[in-house]
Write a protein that binds this ligand. Structure first.
Ligand code: FES
Length: 111
């Protein structure tokens, strides 16, 4: 088993402590979908291409080293609604063992 545990607070404010596999090349948006923590069609709309911001989330834990934002992610967040300093696109954050204990909150739906 190479799962990590992460906490995802859904758009209703409910916290879910879930498993996230690190050996399947999954990103955070896909983990949210796998656990059905956001209604179908409201997250992952662009398929993880950093082109829709439907996967925007706020990073709540401070002790994890996240990947640098790509130009595409910065650009998309510049155009998105409800953006905060700790906003990231979930589809750009791959599940790796170092992210065990990560805590995120899904941003409100903007469409
Ligand atoms: Fe579209 Fe992440 S799924 S930007």
């Amino acid at each position: 088993m190479s799962d990590i545990k992460i906490t995802i607070i859904d758009r209703e404010g409910e916290a879910h402590y879930v498993d996230a596999p690190t050996d399947m090349n999954m990103n955070l948006m896909e983990v949210v979908r796998m656990h059905e923590l956001a209604p179908e069609g409201t997250i992952g709309i662009c398929g993880g291409m950093a082109m829709c911001a439907s996967c925007q989330c706020y990073i709540l834990s401070h002790d994890h080293l996240l990947p640098e934002k790509s130009y595409e992610e910065e650009d998309m967040l510049d155009q998105a609604f409800f953006v905060e300093d700790n906003s990231r696109l979930g589809c750009q954050i791959n599940m790796i063992p170092e992210l065990d204990g990560l805590e995120v909150k899904l941003a409100p739906q903007s469409t």
